[in-house]
Design a protein around this ligand. Structure first.
Ligand SMILES: [Zn+2]
Length: 185
C-alpha cells in the first residue's frame, strides 16, 4: 500500500503515514501537501483532493530519536541490500528452503561479537558452509566489509519509499548518506 511521507515543519522526514491520515491532517489545517499524485484523486466527505505523496506539518514537532544501535536482522538485511555477502544472491533468487541469515565474521565460538562490524547477511547455505571458520580459513570474504550504517539509512531503508519521497530524504540528509538507499527504490 502506498503511504505518505510526513515532513516536519523543518522539512525533516519524520515518518510514513496512511494516505487517509495525511488527508485528515491537511483538511484540519495541520499540514500542507508538498507533493501529490495529480492523477489520483482521493475523495473524502465533500472534498476530492490529489493523493498526497509528501506532506509537511505546519507546526514544528519534537521527535525523540529512538535509534536502536542494536543489530536486528531487519536492519542488517537492509544494510546489505537483502543480498548474501558471500555468494551475492538476493533474497528473491534463493531456493525455497533457503533464507537470509545473520553470519558472524568471527564466529561466536571464537570470541566474535554481535557488533555491526562483525555481522553480515548470508544465505543459509553459505552460513552453514562457513560454520565456525574465519574468512581466511575458507577464502570466504564478504563482498562489502561490514560497517555500522548511518542512522538515516537504518531508519529509512526498510520503508517502501517512492522515488519522489526518497528525494525528500536525500534533500534533508544529503546525497551521500542515501546514495545506496535510492539506488534500490
Ligand atoms: Zn550465499
Amino acid at each position: 500500500m502506498v503511504r505518505c511521507l510526513a515532513l516536519n515543519a523543518s522539512f525533516e522526514p519524520i515518518t510514513m503515514v496512511p494516505v487517509r491520515r495525511a488527508l485528515r491532517l491537511v483538511i484540519d489545517g495541520k499540514a500542507e501537501i508538498v507533493e501529490a499524485d495529480a492523477d489520483r484523486l482521493v475523495r473524502s466527505e465533500r472534498l476530492a483532493l490529489p493523493r498526497p505523496a509528501v506532506i509537511r506539518l505546519n507546526k514544528f514537532v519534537h521527535v525523540p530519536r529512538r535509534f536502536r544501535r542494536q543489530v536486528t536482522n531487519t536492519f542488517l538485511f537492509a544494510r546489505d541490500g537483502y543480498r548474501c555477502q558471500f555468494c551475492g544472491r538476493t533474497q528473491a533468487v534463493l531456493k525455497p528452503r533457503e533464507c537470509l541469515t545473520r553470519d558472524h565474521i568471527v564466529p561466536f565460538s571464537r570470541g566474535g561479537t554481535d557488533a555491526w562490524t562483525n555481522v553480515v547477511t548470508a544465505c543459509s547455505t553459505c552460513n552453514a558452509r562457513k560454520g565456525n571458520h574465519l574468512p581466511e580459513e575458507l577464502g570466504m570474504f564478504p563482498m562489502t566489509p561490514p560497517a555500522e550504517p548511518h542512522f538515516v539509512h537504518l531508519a529509512w531503508a526498510v520503508r517502501r519509499l517512492t522515488p519522489t519521497q526518497a528525494r525528500y530524504i536525500r534533500l534533508f540528509y544529503g546525497p551521500q548518506v542515501l546514495a545506496e538507499l535510492t539506488a534500490r527504490v
